[in-house]
Design a protein around this ligand. Structure first.
Ligand SMILES: Nc1ncnc2c1ncn2[C@@H]1O[C@H](COP(=O)(O)OP(=O)(O)OP(=O)(O)O)[C@@H](O)[C@H]1O
Ligand SMILES: [Mg+2]
Length: 239
């Protein structure tokens, strides 16, 4: 049974239909990538799953139940946590305060254990605990953003463009950790424009265009697909 199943998901903003019936699944212990260029609706999809945006049609099933109308707070409590686009850490707060906020819904009894897990993944955060979050590098801020989401003990981690603006080596180290996080038992749905990086770690991928999925398949197959290579891997189709 998949941990997440999105069916015929629709989101409308004023007169504009942004999501036009999106279908996707994330298996338990899966890493799934959603790829597509600017403005196709990737962030809207993530926000809809997190109940930050209200949906106008379709359904979102998490574990066995619909979470379509629970509200953002409840969805986090159920174990769906997001590392949002643009990081959105609290820049004026310390690294530590940001991590504490990520654990907002959690019982304090396992706070230290969860913090140790985050430090194991991102040792730099331990060194920078008292530092102002906004004064860290882009890569460090991305680590904090993921670390903060992990403090919410996600069963499903949503990651919106973790590679954005980061140097290739930093991107690689973050994607290596994505695999480690999955291996520790968290399913992952990752949104990326960087299809190459995403397909290296994902088991399955979806390509979005104009608010709908236009292509899907196991990562090895997608990586070989001419339509993907042309559009997102340095080809000329959409240049
Ligand atoms: N709150 C909103 N109000 C109005 N329009 C919105 C809102 N959020 C998103 N949109 C519109 O929905 C479309 C999809 O936006 P979205 O941010 O989901 O794209 P994206 O695939 O994440 O793009 P990018 O790769 O640039 O992050 C865009 O045309 C955007 O302007
Ligand atoms: Mg986006």
């Amino acid at each position: 049974m998949p941990i997440l199943e999105v069916s015929d998901l629709q989101v409308t903003m004023g007169p504009q239909q942004i999501l036009r019936g999106v279908n996707l699944k994330v298996e338990q212990n899966g890493i799934v990538a959603v790829m597509g260029s600017n403005g196709v609706g990737k962030t809207t999809l993530m926000r809809a799953i997190s109940n930050i945006y209200q949906i106008s049609g379709g359904d979102i099933i998490f574990e066995r139940d619909s979470i379509s109308n629970l509200g953002a707070d409840k969805v986090v409590k159920m174990g769906v946590c997001q590392a949002p686009e643009g990081r959105q850490i609290f820049a004026n707060m310390s690294v530590e305060e940001n991590l504490v906020l990520g654990a907002y819904h959690q019982d304090k009894s396992h706070f230290n254990e969860d913090l140790e897990w985050v430090f194991e993944l991102f040792p730099i955060l331990k060194e920078r605990l008292k530092q102002q979050a906004g004064a860290m590098s882009g890569g460090e801020q991305q680590m904090l953003c993921i670390g903060r989401a992990l403090m919410g003990r996600p069963k499903l981690l949503l990651m919106d463009e973790p590679s954005l603006g980061l140097a290739p080596l930093v991107v690689k180290s973050i994607f290596d950790l994505v695999v480690k996080i999955r291996d520790a038992g968290t399913a992952i749905l990752i949104v990326e424009q960087n299809a190459k990086a995403a397909l290296c770690v994902a088991d399955y991928g979806y390509i979005m265009e104009g608010g709908a999925i236009i292509l899907e398949g196991p990562s090895e197959e997608l990586a070989k697909d001419d339509r993907l290579t042309a559009a997102y891997m340095g080809g000329h189709a959409h240049a």
